[in-house]
Structure formats: C-alpha cells, structure tokens
Design a protein around this ligand. Sequence first.
Ligand SMILES: [Zn+2]
Ligand SMILES: [Zn+2]
Length: 212
Amino acid sequence: MTKLPEHLRKYFNLPRICGDYQYCPDCDGYGVLLNENEKLARCGPCRQSGLVQYCEHCGKRMEFGYTKCWKGACREERVAIREKAVLEKAREEGRILSLSSPEAAEQLCFYCSKIGHNNGYIWYDDLDWVLDDLEPGTYYLTSTTPCPPFISADNIIESLCENSYEEADVDGKEYTSLQKALDTWLENVQHLTTYEPDENYFFEVIIDGQDC
Ligand SMILES: [Zn+2]
Ligand SMILES: [Zn+2]
C-alpha cells in the first residue's frame, strides 16, 4: 500500500480537523491508499476517516473510535483503577472476606490475576502451598462460578456435513439423539467443568514475608 499520489489528491477532500484529532500519517488525511494493483483501498489505521488521535499520556496512537487509550502503561493504569473501584465497592458491601470464612470453604476454585500459578486459578486444596510461594503483599482472591461444559450437536453435525458429499443432511430427530448422547457423556465426565471468576466475594490474603 502506498500513499495517494499527488495528481489524484485533488479528487479527495481532506476531512475537517476538530478537537484533538490530527491527519493520519499513513494516508496524509485522505483516508485512502493505493494497493499493489494501483487500486484505491481504505486506510486501515484511521479506518478511512483520515484522522487519528494520540494519547496525551503515553503519546501512542489511539485505536480509532476509542475515547480512551488502551495501550501499554495506559492500559495497566486503567486496569488498576478498575480493580481498585471493584474492591472498594466490595468492601462497602461486606464482600471482602477471609479465607477462614464459611464462604471460602464453599469455593472449589479461586482466581487472582496477580498469581502466576496455573494462570491465576487456585484450587482450594492447593491454597496452602500456593500462598506459601507468594511474595509479600496483599492479594485478593475472587470467588468463581462453575461453568459446566456443553458440546453442541449442531457444531459437530455441521462440520461433519461440510466434509461430506453435497447433499449430506441430518434430520431433527438425529440432531436430538446426538445431543442427548453428548449430554449424557458430559454428565459422566464431570472433571471438564471450568471455573469463571465472578467477583461475588474477594478473599483477602496478607503475606507479611516474616518467615517463621
Ligand atoms: Zn489513514
Ligand atoms: Zn496512552
């Protein structure tokens, strides 16, 4: 992709700059580029608007259509602000508990984005040794909700038919019987359940770093 050559530029109007926008450096504000076949193509980075906006904090180009920057340090800052607000609300509502609470005992699995072990998912039975390995600090483990797995007969049949001869088709009855069989299979294979962090409760863990 190349910039619009000078002799074609006169056929295009530059957009009116307003607010914090600037002309897109990729297309010089014209919103279009020339592709390898010398055909007009839309400019991706500015989504053909010809305008871009730079983040006042980190100076990076913002994603078109976004009013806030979600790049690098800005993203981290926003995530931290959100986490703080979520925890403050939970504290006001009495949803910050300790690991010795009855609510904690009911959790099979906890989640904490600041813990590297198992992508942040910690089984109740592993709590002791996982917490033993943590750097000193305060951690909030959130409760999780079990999500039973589901296998859709539709998807299986669809991919089956895709690879079959042209008129391959399965009727309603056959769908239902396959779905039934899949449901029964899943009922018997319970260890496929996944756990999603639900933020209903936060369990506060303070690691003081005083080895005994
Ligand atoms: Zn552009
Ligand atoms: Zn930024």
